[in-house]
Design a protein around this ligand. Sequence first.
Ligand SMILES: [Zn+2]
Ligand SMILES: [Zn+2]
Length: 163
Amino acid sequence: MKKRIDWDQYFMVQATLLASRSTCKRLSVGAVLVRDKRIIAGGYNGSVSGDDHCIDEGCYLRDGHCVRTIHAEMNAILQCARFGMSTDGASLYVTDFPCLQCTKSLLQAGIKEINYIRNYHNDDYAMKLIKLKNVRLRQINLDQDILDQVHLDQYIDPQVARK
Ligand SMILES: [Zn+2]
Ligand SMILES: [Zn+2]
């Protein structure tokens, strides 16, 4: 029986697809912002447009952190800023638990729900702020059955050669 993909899996799978565009070698993160069950923006961790990519030039490290990239969730917020979309009350679907800086920005941008797959150096202060702001925090794992059904290769048209 074909199971219809639920909203959480639907948005999370798209976050993972965005992560595949990441230009930093250290961690591939993808994020989508959702309002009223619609994706309003997406992002992945990458350089400022026009700058070198970590995957080409290596990471730009300071104190052990790559400082070249803008994080996925920030890129999603900035896309809204750039094109004039309200983030107030939106939900975030992100592959990895947001860092402290991103958490602060997400809360200040009015994000009301943070959904993530993997724990990643979860910051205590970020946790405290999430509670303070009454933001719903959920860890959502990808469902193997759903992934098996999504199988993208079914959409390949064997008649058309890919250049
Ligand atoms: Zn990097
Ligand atoms: Zn971050």
